[in-house]
Design a protein around this ligand. Structure first.
Ligand code: 6LW
Length: 506
């Protein structure tokens, strides 16, 4: 049987995985989005269901000072004696910390901060009980991988951060993971930067603190300079199946066009790992991977199918939804009007680094559509609610209901860097409207429809490439969100979203 990459599509970078019995758990980075660190479960490494998030409380996650692509960087998930640990960095508040739980489906502890520099922390539990904390940092020997021993109960550092390795010469040695496999301690890292030069390299030692001897076959995964649909492979983590086979999860991108652009962010991929006779792991087909790969002995199962429609009938939001920076109660409600998600705009807009009323999900497919049923009757000029296709505060397309000079209107706006324009506007007298985004690889179309107007009237268009990482920068990917704003003052008028549909066309 074959499986398809990416195994978790859309903006899901920096994957880390662990196995507990027959269950696999996987986490990815979340930056300025709240809650933090999406958590997935699988029985087969291919089909993943999002359980929720690891960081779900303000005490765990302060994003108030996080710029776009700040906040939560790469996590590592590990299990030790039935306790799960997730270690990461809030680069905008507090630095490195970990949380733990005995039930990954339940809530996780308050953060335990570790006074160790850098990003991309890893926890390694050695058999003798020593816990090693390893990160990518700038230390006394320049940029590289540094390690200290910690007390896992208090987070207290028990040794000075010591230099381990700079890798093989690529820029940004980062994303270290330490494994004990057989009689060796392996140190696997990413190098080359997370862009097109990305790669994975490995070294080994008889001791967890080194000295580490590099693998003569490095890099063990890279697509740099290859003519491939998949690029920027790296930032990998290894896991062993109950059968004894090894697999790697890692990030990669799917650029398109010329020059190349990618707008769905860095996605989570999977590839088998084989071992050389000399005991070195090689990821995929001699360091390369494909969209379609053999699942080998993986016990492929049906994944959790996410329904197209979210009716907002529950008392909590489904795990796919994210807020921007905080989930403050004054911005949203599922109970104000039963069966709807109600947003109430604050003074802030989508054009600022802030925490607007914004509930979004990742665009996970090139070809897809998203629609929302909006009931909103703005009472004051500037009150606005609608759908945004959003990369960051400087790059987004919005279709919305608003009031301009006393008149209710539908508008389509593009914000591309310093270029900003309401491209289209039309009077709108209805109380509710269905707003639609239809996406293919190259273009978004924005439409309106209603009970009287069943087929969308196409109201505006935008290129996907203008929201790409190559244009907009950063570490995230496109989100499709419902939003509301008062454009300078708090909006008193609620925006009720009765339902939201997301449908892949692939
Ligand atoms: C991640 C690091 C990286 O922590 O990007 O460029 C950071 N490298 O490994 C955010 O994904």
């Amino acid at each position: 049987m074959n499986y398809r990459n990416p195994v978790i599509s859309g903006f899901h970078p920096d994957p880390s995985v662990c196995r507990y019995g027959e269950d696999y758990y996987l986490v990815t980075s979340s930056f300025e989005y709240y809650p933090g660190v999406p958590l997935f479960h699988s029985k087969d490494l291919v089909n993943w269901t999002q359980l929720g998030h690891v960081l779900t409380r303000p005490e765990q996650l302060d994003l108030s000072r996080a710029p776009s692509s700040g906040g939560i960087f790469a996590p590592t998930i590990r299990e030790r004696n039935g306790t799960f640990y997730m270690v990461t960095t809030n680069i905008s508040a507090g630095g490195n910390f970990f949380v733990h739980t005995d039930d990954p489906r339940g809530s996780w502890s308050d953060p335990i901060f570790v006074d160790h520099p850098g990003i991309d922390p890893d926890l390694f539990f050695d058999e003798d009980g020593t816990v090693y904390f390893t990160s990518s940092a700038h230390g006394d020997q320049g940029q590289g991988i540094y390690q200290s021993r910690i007390d896992i109960n208090t987070g207290k550092r028990l040794s000075e951060p010591a230099f381990l390795w700079t890798g093989t010469g690529g820029q940004y040695p980062e994303a270290p993971h330490i494994y004990r496999i057989g009689s060796w301690y392996y140190l696997m890292i990413a190098e080359g930067g997370t862009e097109y030069g990305h790669m994975e390299t490995i070294a080994r030692s008889e001791r967890p603190e080194g000295p580490f001897e590099p693998c003569p076959l490095n890099p063990i995964l890279t697509h740099r300079s290859l003519l491939k649909e998949i690029h920027a492979t790296g930032h990998a983590d290894l896991v062993q199946t109950p059968d004894g086979d090894w697999w790697a999860v890692f990030l990669a991108i799917r650029p398109h066009g010329y020059p190349k652009r990618h707008h769905l962010g860095r996605e989570t991929f999977l590839a088998p790992v084989t071992w050389t006779e000399d005991g070195w792991p090689i990821i995929g087909d001699n360091g390369t991977v494909s969209e379609t790969m053999s699942a080998g002995k993986l016990p492929l199962q049906e994944g959790g199918v996410i329904p197209v429609r979210d009716d907002f009938d529950g008392s909590t939001l489904a795990p796919c939804w994210s807020f921007m920076r905080s989930s403050d109660a004054e911005k949203w409600s599922l109970s104000e009007r039963a069966g709807s998600l109600t947003l109430r705009g604050s003074a802030g807009t989508l054009n600022e680094v802030g925490a607007p009323a914004f509930v979004g999900r990742r665009q996970q497919h090139f070809d897809c559509s998203a629609s929302a049923h909006l009931t909103f009757a703005p009472q004051r000029d500037g009150e606005e609610a609608g759908l945004t296709v959003y990369m960051n505060e400087r790059f987004h397309y919005d279709i919305a209901v608003t009031r301009i000079a006393g008149e209710r209107k539908i508008i389509f706006r593009r914000r591309i860097g310093s270029l900003w324009k309401v491209e289209n506007e039309a009077p709108w007298s209805g109380d509710s409207v269905i707003l639609t985004v239809l996406a293919d690889k190259g273009r978004y179309a924005f439409g309106i429809s209603s009970a009287a107007l069943e087929v969308p009237f196409w109201f505006g268009y935008g290129e996907t490439s203008l929201l790409s990482t190559e244009v907009a920068g950063g570490f995230t990917g496109v989100m499709i969100a419902m939003y509301a704003t008062g454009n300078g003052s708090r909006s008193e008028t609620p925006a009720h979203f009765d339902w939201f549909d997301y449908e892949a066309a692939e």
